[in-house]
Design a protein around this ligand. Structure first.
Ligand SMILES: [Cu+2]
Length: 137
């Protein structure tokens, strides 16, 4: 195959092939942008508890489809308006496509904010999302 391309009499054909390949390679990265994605809360009725399970869903906004195989490499979970109240969110295995779960010690009732930084297959830019989590007594 390679030798056939190189022995061809039209160098322009090789150039077209290279151009086509570069387009194919860069296509996935050029298709989307971080603002095309959003995280939403899945869990509701959360109570003050150690080891509470928080679930969020990652959605591709244009298609409304869940996004699988994202790598969430950073999380920050804190009570809204309480800068000294940050707790660790430990990743758990996902339950269904596009759902990402975390375990955390929710020590206070009120509104918490979960900030997630994710790498999505085919996206070059990091996607950062914020999800409000309401914790009851
Ligand atoms: Cu608090």
């Amino acid at each position: 195959m390679i030798t056939r391309i190189f022995s061809g009499r039209v160098p322009g054909r090789l150039l077209s092939l290279i151009l086509l390949l570069s387009v194919l390679v860069f296509l996935p990265a050029a298709q989307g942008a971080p603002e095309d994605y959003r995280f939403t809360a899945v869990s509701s009725g959360l109570k003050v508890a150690n080891g509470a399970v928080i679930a969020v869903k990652l959605i591709h906004a244009a298609t409304n489809q869940p996004v699988e195989k994202a790598v969430i490499f950073r999380t920050r979970l804190e009570m809204t308006g309480m800068t000294d109240m940050e707790v660790k969110a430990t990743p758990l295995p996902g339950a269904e496509p596009g759902v990402y779960r975390f375990q955390a010690d929710l020590s206070h009732e009120g509104e918490w904010l979960l900030t997630l930084s994710a790498k999505i297959p085919g996206e070059s830019a990091t996607v950062v999302g914020k999800v409000s989590i309401v914790v009851g007594k």
